[in-house]
Design a protein around this ligand. Structure first.
Ligand SMILES: [Zn+2]
Length: 98
């Protein structure tokens, strides 16, 4: 059981079945997602400069390795205290890494 991501947290889960990458170009190429990326609340609402990708909060996106790497780099630059919960490894063990 994976807890939903909280403030400044992103959770990765393994895709169930086949999911195409969320990126339109990758989807057209048939590129499969390697992880489902769920965004917590990044930043603080009501402070526009601090709220990062509010349209993604609480939502999940299938991403291939390339897209996740790019997303993680951008998100970590914007939110240096970002915590990434990686639950993509089987057996349900959850490791946190920054
Ligand atoms: Zn992709």
């Amino acid at each position: 059981m994976i807890t939903p991501p909280g403030h400044d947290q992103i959770t990765l889960t393994a895709p169930e079945g086949r999911h195409l990458c969320n990126d339109r170009q990758h989807r057209n190429l048939g590129r499969l997602a390697e992880a489902i990326v769920t965004f917590g609340q990044l930043g603080i609402p009501g402070t526009p400069r601090e709220a990062f990708w509010p349209e993604c909060w609480g939502r999940s996106y299938p991403m291939c390795g390339l897209c996740w790497k790019a997303t993680r780099e951008i998100a970590q630059q914007a939110r240096p205290h970002l915590a990434i919960q990686d639950a993509t490894q089987s057996s349900g063990s959850v490791t946190s890494r920054v």
